[in-house]
Design a protein around this ligand. Structure first.
Ligand code: PLP
Length: 366
């Protein structure tokens, strides 16, 4: 960690992002932790073997842990982290999960349920009373807020209280908000989970996952599982992700500012039936009349890239129901936008031209 200039005043996230996870300030030490490519280490130290630890992981984990306010463990992907957290609970345990959580998380739980390992209960995460009722008898309550791609927002504090009263762990998938916009550990949740593939790394060039917890015992259990399952990240991925993390605050601020402008204009566009935006962050969902219109949009832009995933510097969008496994309650014409950090006027001109053309189609796209 960096030197603490004013011990009475905690460092702001922007400063943590830039200064944490650095080597000691000694003559000839590099400013950044170098990539350590090693499957094994000379015996007798703390690391011993490449599956147990790596200095490049630790540097990334120190920064993300500092931002979330807990201890971090990095994983090979977001889904590797999801699998490890689902594995925390015993045979036949009940897991509560948002109906519109990330498709992979819903599918992972469904797969475990089909094999008799867990019992899942899908909930509308915005219906706090229903979620609180579902906590009864649960061992794990999964919150994703905002959800992907419906952008529903959960009442984390109330759900966490009910889950803890029922003796359940609470995990929050914080991928969309990032620790800059939401710090769930401060609301008492047990584990924060990230697809670091998205905003944290931020450049659409790697896969990485992470969990953060304040509970030392839980940290130890998750670390043990990571070693046993081998769901460990690559040294290069964590090094690159840390490089991305250094500018997280700038990227999130710009993406959010761009999103706010686009949301206002999209709401006024006649080709757009509905715009969903939780009021923060860079992810927006807009609903066009039908799948045809949404597919046409995704083929008609030159700056916006039709691609899955999100949270990179570049603006991307996707019709989510093109995935056969996406929830049937997500509208066919819903396009999820991941607003990047380009010039917002350039983004709007590109998007508006495609939407204008759709609105002008004779007889529409119905
Ligand atoms: N959680 C959320 C909210 C996601 O959007 C994703 C991926 O899109 C994941 C988890 C899974 O992460 P990964 O793709 O890094 O395995």
């Amino acid at each position: 960690m960096s030197d603490q200039p004013h011990p009475t005043r905690p460092l702001t996230p922007a400063t943590v992002a830039v200064t944490a996870g650095r080597p000691p300030r000694e003559p000839d030490e590099p400013l950044n932790v170098p990539i350590t490519m090693a499957s094994t280490y000379v015996a007798g130290g703390d690391l011993e073997y490449g599956r147990y630890g790596n200095p490049s992981w630790t540097a990334f984990e120190d920064v993300l842990g500092g931002l979330e306010g807990g201890r971090c463990l990095s994983f090979a992907s977001g889904m590797a982290a999801v699998g490890c957290v689902l594995d925390l609970v015993g045979q036949g345990a009940k897991v509560v999960l948002p109906r519109h959580a990330y498709l992979g998380s819903v599918m992972a739980l469904a797969d475990l349920e089909a094999r008799g390992r867990l019992v899942g209960e899908l909930v509308d995460i915005e219906d706090t009373d229903a979620v609180v009722a579902a906590c009864e008898g649960a061992a794990l309550v999964w919150i994703e807020t905002p959800t992907n791609p419906a952008l529903e927002v959960a009442d984390v504090e109330t759900i966490t209280r009910a889950a803890h009263a029922a003796g359940a762990y609470v995990v929050v998938d914080n991928t969309f908000a990032t620790p800059l916009l939401q710090r769930p550990l401060e609301h008492g949740v047990d584990i924060v989970l990230h697809s670091a593939t998205k905003y944290l790394a931020g450049h659409s060039d790697l896969l990485l996952g992470a969990v953060v917890t304040r509970d030392e015992e839980l940290h130890g259990v998750l670390q043990g599982r990571r070693s046993l399952t081998g769901s460990v990240p690559g040294a290069f991925e964590t090094w690159l992700a840390l490089r991305g993390l250094r500018t997280l605050h700038l990227r999130v601020e710009r993406a959010q500012a761009n999103a706010e402008v686009l949301v206002e204009r999209l709401r006024a566009h006649r080709a757009v039936a509905e715009v969903r935006y939780p009021g923060f962050g860079g992810i927006v969902a807009m609903v066009l009349d039908n799948a045809l219109a949404a597919d046409l949009l995704c083929r008609s832009t030159s700056l916006w890239v039709h691609a899955t995933s999100l949270g990179g510097v570049e603006s991307t969008f996707e019709r989510r129901r093109r995935w056969k496994t996406e929830a049937a309650t997500i509208p066919e014409g819903l396009v999820r936008l991941s607003v990047g950090i380009e010039d917002v006027e350039d983004l709007w001109v590109d998007l508006a031209a495609a939407l204008d053309a759709i609105a002008a189609l004779p007889g529409g796209t119905a």
